[in-house]
Design a protein around this ligand. Sequence first.
Ligand SMILES: *[C@@H]1O[C@H](CO)[C@@H](O)[C@H](O)[C@H]1NC(C)=O
Ligand SMILES: *[C@@H]1O[C@H](CO)[C@@H](O)[C@H](O)[C@H]1NC(C)=O
Ligand SMILES: *[C@@H]1O[C@H](CO)[C@@H](O)[C@H](O)[C@H]1NC(C)=O
Ligand SMILES: *[C@@H]1O[C@H](CO)[C@@H](O)[C@H](O)[C@H]1NC(C)=O
Ligand SMILES: *[C@@H]1O[C@H](CO)[C@@H](O)[C@H](O)[C@H]1NC(C)=O
Ligand SMILES: *[C@@H]1O[C@H](CO)[C@@H](O)[C@H](O)[C@H]1NC(C)=O
Ligand SMILES: *[C@@H]1O[C@H](CO)[C@@H](O)[C@H](O)[C@H]1NC(C)=O
Ligand SMILES: *[C@@H]1O[C@H](CO)[C@@H](O)[C@H](O)[C@H]1NC(C)=O
Length: 652
Amino acid sequence: MALGFGSRLWRVSASIVLLFATSTTSTTIEDGKLFTVNGISYYGGGTAVSKIVTSADFSTTQFNADIVPITIIRTDDAVLTKDSLKDIISNYSDSDDVFQTGFLQSVFLLYDGAGRSKADISSHQALQKFGSKVVMASPRYRPEAYLTPAKLLHDLPKGPYFFSPQTGEVYQAFRLYSDHQVAFTEGALSDGNGGFKPLPAAASGAMTKSVAVPSRLYYTPTSKKPLAGLRLGVKDIYHIKGLRTSGGNRAYYDLYSPQNTTGPAIQRLIDQGAIVVGKMGTVQFANGDNPTADWVDFHCPFNPRGDGYQAPGGSSSGPGAGIGAYDWLDIAVGSDTGGSMRSPAGMQGLFANRPSTGAVSLDDVIPLCHALDTAGVFSRNAATWSKVLHAWYQNFTDYREYPKKIFYQDSSFPATNTSAGAMLEEFVVKVEDFLATKREHVNISSQWEKTHPSTTAGAINDVLNTTYAFLVSVDQYRSLALPFYADYAKKHEGRRPFINPGPLARWTWGQNNGGDAAFTEALKNKTSFKNWWETDGYGKADEKTCSEGIYLYPYTQGDTQYRNVYFSAPTAPPLGFSNGRIAVLAGTPDMIVPVGEVAYNSTISLKTEYMPVTMSFGAARGCDFMLVNLIEDLEKAGIVKPVSTGSMMYPS
Ligand SMILES: *[C@@H]1O[C@H](CO)[C@@H](O)[C@H](O)[C@H]1NC(C)=O
Ligand SMILES: *[C@@H]1O[C@H](CO)[C@@H](O)[C@H](O)[C@H]1NC(C)=O
Ligand SMILES: *[C@@H]1O[C@H](CO)[C@@H](O)[C@H](O)[C@H]1NC(C)=O
Ligand SMILES: *[C@@H]1O[C@H](CO)[C@@H](O)[C@H](O)[C@H]1NC(C)=O
Ligand SMILES: *[C@@H]1O[C@H](CO)[C@@H](O)[C@H](O)[C@H]1NC(C)=O
Ligand SMILES: *[C@@H]1O[C@H](CO)[C@@H](O)[C@H](O)[C@H]1NC(C)=O
Ligand SMILES: *[C@@H]1O[C@H](CO)[C@@H](O)[C@H](O)[C@H]1NC(C)=O
Ligand SMILES: *[C@@H]1O[C@H](CO)[C@@H](O)[C@H](O)[C@H]1NC(C)=O
């Protein structure tokens, strides 16, 4: 770029001349390419995963592009015929959303059986019908005039790829999906070096990003990598190496550089084979905003259920909306401090858990309250959910025998002559039958009245009214707001960053109503509740079944929460004591399970639509595996059912 500066160059300051003199190199990164194959958008990664070595000269063949689709077919058929080939191709199509017959433009045959294989002329004719221009075959295939002998420099799993006919380089194929529910904050790709980079590609979509998913055919779960190939979305409060974290705040995203480490919770999922495909939307700093007025900094993700204009719940709103909407996404990690996993699970009708506190390390995660924060997983079925929890949490015992007690508080349940009430009652009866027991009617308030610790006087609703509110508002102010304010001010001449009304009101409330002293008292009350729940409440341990009983309560009852309804401005953290607070204060697991859906007349679509009904399962602290095993067994027995994506959980 030495040309064209003209005489103006001579007038620039000495320091800029020095800069010109010292910066001698510029960098250009090859960041992959976009492809459209039969109308579908793909991304072909910038880093080659292998190389095809062949003496054939592809420049004379009909490829008219630098990089072309290819399918690696692996088989142990000693004779590859038209029929076995068609079988393989239909299996690839059925089990993978990335593969399509457009990738058969070129084919590489790899033989995995014993001895040598013959690719029958009929298989070649079948491939030609699929549009194959070149069929390469590894040296273990008998030479035939219609096969191009070739080798792979590094072995590759079967599936669709892109390759360069000129250089032989092979790239993984990613399908690009538009994030039409605004569930993601950023798409991500492995940087091939233990970290990630923002996805440098987008397909079409109105104000939406794209998310790239690799072929499912690349991955086979093993005992070491039980989660191999599971596509994972991560709430954008978890730090991931190479990516910025937003915490749902624009200033936070811009202020801090890309993270240098992936926190241990997410790293453990990656190590077991899960594929991070992006960061997902969160209520700002994992608090509790309502759409749409509270979501000032970013737009709230869209719940796919019902008319598509109901709140997704929060704070793990993006993970909940994404798992409710996208078949191409398998699992999503969120967090739960006061209901942030459970609320989206309820609003979208999903399987999701708040684990026992301490289930997995929360280092390198934006905190809300260290004593209460937990990490959980969303899934559309209990089998996948259970697999992930078992692979993820290290410190729980795998109980396979279940409690004989179901604790049931009548006042928690809706009348059985309502649609949701009838559904929940039918479900409780099925769980009773499954466990061969009958519910035990309990009343937490009166039990507390009778047995509460002498140091904590008063009705349970009074004692625990502000406990959660102080724990979250004071801890997050100290551990997040203050350092963030200071870092931001240093970089922006003393300015304050923008904070959404919800978290700002919570921090202010905590400071104005008692601050650190109230926090200390709250921690004491939390501890006495936990001790009481474990001794005189309904969270007692049991040697054989981990927990004395299962505590059931309804989570959502098919209620609507329209996005276009304005709420009053937030003023304080949530007050009061309710079923949802038990696990928070006692550190016990609370798992949400879909039960059914109830009809409502939408004021938006002017049609009958459906919203989820869900049940919550609680147990003693540390009994997470017992609970998820039970729920997985309930799914096997047909009592709990996997849910679909889209407007209905159970479309007929
Ligand atoms: C195709 O899938 C079916 C069902 O999963 C399986 O039985 C069959 O062996 C598969 N065929 C090939 C060629 O992989
Ligand atoms: C990552 O490391 C670099 C170099 O040490 C540092 O400048 C940067 O602030 C670190 N990023 C974060 C988010 O801590
Ligand atoms: C799990 O248990 C080990 C050994 O007791 C302990 O060192 C570790 O901190 C525990 N992990 C968590 C997340 O509590
Ligand atoms: C349900 O039953 C109660 C009495 O138990 C009655 O008051 C109420 O109106 C009934 N509701 C419906 C929707 O039938
Ligand atoms: C539960 O106990 C409380 C406190 O004793 C009492 O006020 C309430 O009416 C009881 N609830 C039910 C449904 O019996
Ligand atoms: C909870 O605290 C708020 C704010 O201090 C107060 O207005 C409310 O009456 C309290 N409720 C109970 C049940 O103690
Ligand atoms: C703690 O419990 C006491 C009663 O023992 C109650 O007066 C106080 O309001 C509670 N405070 C918090 C912050 O939980
Ligand atoms: C919807 O509206 C129709 C007509 O007013 C009514 O008959 C029906 O009961 C309503 N359905 C629900 C679920 O509210």
